[in-house]
Design a protein around this ligand. Structure first.
Ligand SMILES: [Ca+2]
Length: 291
């Protein structure tokens, strides 16, 4: 099996900051996928500040017994295009060969690294970004959710998305639409607790509060593990359905929007719009339970 060289840029907050848990699920899913050769991980601000996402990413790798993979500290605020240890390490990894980048948080560090005049962007095989939407799509977990979610990763640094698109790097959007019907339920957390190793048990325990919030606030059957859908695209692309659509990044009044739709005129991306939820779910659980 030829393993795909992968870089993961992430903003984990599972036990720090706002309680968002999906980066941790996605990291452990990826770390337990022998198909992937994870050459580096970078932390970026997003779900919480950079100090916490950096510490959290290191903790997750340690809990997964993968402290051999280094975590680099990336950008800490919108618009920061200065070099840092993450941009340098990512550039070096690109110098060494073709690389796929999982963009599980704001695109700031990636825009800073790839926007350098001498960046080896021809070695970017694909950026898979958890963001973007088709025209008119609002992000509601269930119809009972009154105020829709924002396109959080994108909105943290809208200019970064435009800059990456302008570079012509291949981009795949695993945004709200493809994630929205995937649930991890209390039963799934019970299985991780009962059948998983220490790391899976920690993951389950740390996600209980988040899951309870979704149940209480949206009457949802579970919570949506958004970032895992981006990882899954590398593991089982045949269970996804997609469009090849042009894009538009703009402001509608104060609201930044990253659209991919037939009516747009910008660079074309791969827009993932649906997935076989049962097959994806079973595969995700199997990986989380493997140690
Ligand atoms: Ca994330």
């Amino acid at each position: 099996m030829s393993r795909r060289r992968v870089w993961i840029d992430t903003d984990p907050a599972i036990t720090a900051g706002n309680g968002e848990v999906d980066d941790a699920f996605a990291l452990i899913q990826a770390l337990r996928s022998p198909e992937l050769d994870i050459v580096g991980v970078s932390a970026v601000f997003g779900n919480t500040d950079i100090d916490h996402t950096f510490a959290m990413a290191r903790e997750i790798l340690a809990r997964a017994n993968r402290a051999d993979i280094r975590v680099y500290r990336g950008s800490g605020r919108e618009g920061d295009r200065l070099a840092n240890e993450a941009t340098s390490a990512l550039t070096q990894a690109l110098d060494q060969g073709p690389l796929t980048i999982l963009a599980l948080g704001p695109l700031t560090t990636l825009a800073a690294a790839l926007g350098q005049p001498d960046a080896p962007i021809s070695n970017v095989e694909e950026i898979i970004f958890v963001g973007g939407r088709r025209e008119g799509l609002e992000f509601r977990a269930t119809p009972t959710q009154k105020k829709p979610f924002g396109d959080m990763n994108f909105e943290c640094d809208p200019a970064a998305a435009a800059e990456l698109l302008a570079l012509g790097v291949p981009m795949t959007l695993a945004g709200w639409e493809v994630c929205a019907k995937m649930w991890l339920t209390p039963n799934d957390l019970d299985r991780l607790r009962d059948e998983g190793d220490e790391c899976a048990q920690w993951l389950a325990a740390s996600a209980r509060g988040w899951q309870a919030d979704w149940q209480r606030d949206f009457a949802a059957p579970g919570f949506t593990p958004f970032d895992t859908l981006a990882v899954g695209w590398l593991l089982m692309p045949d269970v996804y359905a997609l469009h090849r659509w042009p894009t538009r990044v703009y402001h509608d009044g104060d609201r930044p929007l990253f659209l991919a739709d037939l009516g747009c005129e910008g660079p074309t991306v791969t827009y993932l719009h649906s997935v076989d939820n049962d097959r994806f779910h079973d595969d995700l659980m199997e990986r989380l339970l493997s140690a």
